[in-house]
Design a protein around this ligand. Structure first.
Ligand code: SF4
Ligand code: SF4
Length: 164
């Protein structure tokens, strides 16, 4: 009985990142310093999107009925629901820079800064860097981990639509 032929050694081992064109292919670091910048409004633009299931969770967290919560905290724009920011910052941002509804905060807040639009070339090191002092500090996230967060985020909004 002959021994089976050993497999041919790979002359060009394939690495998962070989040929990876992502500018962040070596991963990204992030650690929140609780400066609160990402919870502040940008002029008239209220940017925290929130889906119907998240509205229910947040309303319950605040022990409010959904209708009352919507009237007090939600703005409808172009078919999307966002947290209303009549002032310069989110109503749930404390002076300490912490979020008063942290456990029930919307997905958008949970997944910052790993959003698809933030991962575009030039955005992370440009306007994002101006806003968030936590970028490029703290724990390392591999490129695949970053992409998984961003992709799950997109899928969440696609499946929930932010629409009633
Ligand atoms: S801008 Fe960055 S560092 Fe500041 S609160 Fe937001 S995530 Fe944290
Ligand atoms: S819900 Fe919390 S984390 Fe989200 S924008 Fe408001 S204060 Fe910031």
């Amino acid at each position: 009985m002959t021994q089976p032929e050993p497999p041919e050694p790979q002359t060009q081992p394939q690495s998962p990142t070989e040929g990876d064109a992502r500018w962040y292919k070596d991963g990204l670091c992030f650690s929140c310093t609780a400066c609160g910048n990402c919870c502040k409004s940008n002029g008239d633009y209220s940017h925290v999107y929130i889906t119907p299931p998240e509205i229910q969770i947040l309303a319950a967290f605040l022990d409010m009925g959904e209708k009352d919560f919507r009237e007090k905290h939600i703005k409808e724009t172009d078919g999307w629901s966002t947290l209303d920011m009549p002032g310069p910052q989110c109503e749930f941002l404390e002076d300490s820079g912490l979020c008063s509804v942290y456990e029930a905060r919307p997905r958008q807040c949970r997944t910052w800064p790993f959003w698809e639009e933030n991962l575009k070339p030039g955005v992370w090191q440009g306007p994002m860097k101006d806003i968030c002092p936590g970028l490029d500090t703290g724990p390392h996230h591999s490129a695949d981990q970053v992409d998984a967060i961003a992709r799950a985020n997109e899928e969440w909004y696609e499946s929930n639509g932010g629409l009633d």
